[in-house]
Design a protein around this ligand. Structure first.
Ligand code: GLP
Length: 251
């Protein structure tokens, strides 16, 4: 696992955008896996800027990691709305190429199967972008999630509900308790993975993911087993990684 230490959030976002740009330039028909949360916002701003300079997304396909169950696409805190506002409105991915789990699916388990089928039919994910939760979760794969799981319905961890309450007017009662998330197995099938982490609040999770034991108790640690995973951190998120780590590079 390559660890790229960036000096700040801006550099982290630019470096992440370069990964995506390279992927699209090598393969204009590539399939991107996308994440939500506050961390990728800078990346999405950079991609919008690259699009204004000519980067073409017209043959790109995207699959998002997760969505809350019970929220429609227009709900201000839904990941569908987040993606529209922060990325899709600003670039030219055709709407029919955009895939996000349906938070209002009548049969969520069926939706999970369909989502896996759609990913497979698209040829699998070429480049998956990830954030990381304070407890080491990726997507909504909370500690304890078996590595073998594909897209599934998740009961959210209390700490995740608390962390995400800020998107629901800090009202815990408004945060959905369940979500649909790609599983660890779905994520690990991606040909390349780039995990982004910013800020001191992520430093422990990042160090454990990069240097601790590979265990379902810290879901992001599974990336140590991936042949082409890169972890991009700013100075604060990378502050607890050993400076002797042979995988550490300065971006
Ligand atoms: C949510 C998302 C994750 C994201 C995590 C961290 O729970 N489901 O995909 O990585 O939050 O979010 P942030 O980047 O806001 O810290």
């Amino acid at each position: 696992m390559e660890i790229l230490l960036c000096k700040d959030y801006e550099q982290l976002s630019r470096t992440a955008a370069e990964f995506v740009q390279r992927e699209i330039e090598q393969n204009p028909r590539c399939v991107l896996g996308l994440a939500t949360g506050s961390t990728p916002l800078g990346l999405y701003r950079e991609l919008a800027a690259l699009h204004r300079q000519g980067l073409d997304f017209s043959s790109v396909t995207t699959f998002n990691l997760d969505e809350y169950l019970g929220l429609g696409p227009d709900h201000p805190a839904s990941y569908c709305r987040y993606m529209q506002e922060n990325l899709f409105q600003h670039i030219n991915v055709p709407p029919e190429n955009i895939h996000i789990p349906d938070g209002q699916a009548e049969n969520p388990d069926q939706e999970c199967w369909d989502y896996e089928r759609r990913m497979a039919a698209a040829g699998g994910i070429d480049l998956q972008i990830l954030g990381i939760g304070h407890n080491g979760h990726i997507g909504f794969n909370e500690p304890g999630t078996p590595f073998g799981q594909t897209t599934h319905v998740v009961d959210l961890d209390e700490r995740t509900i608390e962390a995400n309450a800020r998107f629901f007017g800090h009202d815990l009662s408004q945060v959905p308790r369940r979500a649909i998330s790609m599983g660890i197995k779905s994520i690990m099938r991606a040909r390349k993975i780039v995990l982004l982490a910013s800020g001191s609040g992520k430093a422990d999770a990042v160090a454990a993911a990069a240097e601790g034991p590979v265990t379902p108790d810290l879901p992001a640690s599974v990336l140590q087993l991936h042949p082409q995973a890169a972890v991009l951190v700013d100075a604060e998120a990378g502050s607890k990684i050993s400076r002797e780590n042979p995988e550490l590079r300065r971006s």
